[in-house]
Design a protein around this ligand. Structure first.
Ligand code: SF4
Length: 482
């Protein structure tokens, strides 16, 4: 069916995110091909949908009822394709189901299903409306129990509450999609991740107000309304929190901010041997192994540098589990051997590694003591930047390792690496395990994975060296020129 002059459900959801983005999509101005990671996620979505249909057929459908899937309904210029409709002959009515791969009900899910309800109710009699999402509390055992995998939330009342609002919004969305111009539509306030920011911000400076961390939409709009988009133009009087103000000051002065005393206090907490650790994980919507939950992050790889003394040579070890079984089993075993004597364990963004350790402790209780001890010894090296003890104008408001490394250690960079992002590592691992690759192809990808994870940990070693050498520098001031 040609939907080029109709408003689809995806169009409506896109409109809710950013009206201009919908307009640009309808003008064919957005040409971003899906990445391997996007395709992989879509495939996971299809798997969830297939299992959801099984769940509905086996555990919801009553003897005299029937189910239809993927029905298309159109009302005027609004169109939608359903996930599932269950016909109940006793009341001559239908229950509408929308399947989601998330583990809880989200606000946007309600707008999504209300958009559908408005169209479908014009054609058939709808009784109840459900969001069928994955059950975040379900823990798999040897067998996947579909009955426990899903949770159906009856959202009929919530849908009726926002019916009038969605009715009005879809009219505006339709107008935005087909009858508006660039000037009539509002851009999003996150152009940094945009594939084509030139549509909305043709003169986006290299360091803009969008780089100020956690700046609210209200404040971004306030600045844009004053014609301010370059971070260098943010007025001294503009209300920002301490961290945001520090970042703006550093950008405007083009000077590095170093709080030597605070950094030294942190360094004094570290205990040898030092470890520099990084995990790579695979996110699976459907739990694959005993002990796993829906949307489980499974650790399949680590890289580790160990440093016994301040002037010692870092010693490297790593592990990459290529297996169709739970990869974390062999991984923890080796990690415990590699961290035989506990010291400070450096990671970058500790909530990620520490949460994985907690999850692995539940799945493998025999290693719980080791994993808890490791969490007690974990230090987030990124905190020194995140807490504002070391701010460089070239970080551009970010403390991501990918942004910090080329500034602090210019000879190291992710740019030339065949794998240079965590989501890419995830899909490559899945391809090695499940794709039909030749030994040669598989070996090449394994090396790329090992190199990527190794760089994450070597980067931390080098950044640690920069922090520990700061007090040897001659400057006595807290701030010095770049
Ligand atoms: S900046 Fe990019 S993502 Fe945002 S609305 Fe414009 S085109 Fe869409």
């Amino acid at each position: 069916m040609d939907t080029s002059n109709l408003l689809t459900k995806s169009d409506f959801l896109l409109f809710l995110e950013a009206p201009r983005h919908l307009w640009a999509k309808k003008q064919d101005l957005i040409g971003k091909a899906p990445s391997a990671f996007d395709i992989h996620n879509m495939e996971q979505g299809y798997q969830v949908e297939a299992l959801a249909r099984e769940y509905l057929a086996e555990h919801v459908l009553k003897a005299n009822e029937s189910m239809s899937i993927q029905d298309t309904f159109t009302d005027g210029r609004f169109t939608v394709k359903t996930d599932a409709l269950i016909y109940k002959p006793d009341t001559n009515s239908y229950d509408l189901y929308e399947v989601k791969s998330g583990t809880s009900l989200k606000k946007e899910n309600l707008y999504d299903i209300t958009y559908q309800f408005l169209i479908i109710k014009e054609k058939v009699n709808i009784d109840r409306v459900f969001i069928l999402h994955l059950n975040g509390e379900y823990i798999r055992d040897e067998i996947l129990h579909i009955q426990e995998l899903f949770e159906a939330e009856d959202v009929t009342g919530k849908v009726l509450d926002i019916l009038d609002e969605v009715y009005k919004l879809r009219e505006i969305a339709l107008n935005t999609a087909f009858d508006s111009s660039l000037e009539d539509t509002a851009a999003c306030l996150n152009p940094k991740g945009c594939p084509c920011p030139e549509i909305c911000f043709p003169e986006l400076p290299a360091y803009s107000v969008f780089d100020i961390p956690k700046l609210s939409a209200k404040k971004k709009t306030e600045l844009l309304n004053q014609g301010i988009i370059d971070i260098h133009d943010v007025p001294k009087s503009f209300d920002l929190n301490i961290k945001q103000r520090q970042i703006v000051d550093v950008a405007q002065s083009n000077r590095i901010l170093i709080n030597r005393e605070a950094i030294q206090k942190e360094i004094n907490k570290f205990k040898f041997p030092l470890y520099f650790l990084d995990y790579e994980t695979y996110l699976s919507a459907i739990p694959l192994f005993p002990g796993n939950k829906p949307q489980q992050q499974m650790v399949f790889q680590y890289s580790l540098y160990k440093l016994d003394s301040p002037n010692g040579e870092p010693c490297h070890s790593d592990h990459l589990a290529i297996t169709k079984k739970d990869p974390s089993i062999s991984l923890i075993k080796q990690l415990r051997d590699d961290i035989s004597e506990m010291g400070t364990v450096f990671v970058w963004n500790k909530s990620f590694e520490m949460t994985r350790n907690k999850e692995m402790a539940i799945i493998h209780p025999e290693y719980a003591g080791f994993l808890e001890e490791m969490n007690d010894s974990t230090y987030d090296l990124g905190d020194i930047i995140n807490l504002g003890y070391y701010i460089h104008p070239e970080f551009k408001g970010s403390w991501s390792l990918k942004n910090v490394l080329p500034v602090m250690v210019p000879e190291l960079s992710y740019e030339e690496m065949p794998i240079n992002k965590g989501d890419q590592a995830m899909t490559v691992w899945w391809t090695i395990v499940n794709g039909n690759l030749s030994d040669e192809e598989s070996e090449k990808l394994k090396i790329a994975l090992l190199d990527y994870c190794k760089l994450d940990t070597w980067a931390m070693v080098e950044i640690w060296r920069v922090f520990t050498s700061l007090n040897e520098m001659s400057s006595k001031t807290a701030m010095y020129s770049n």
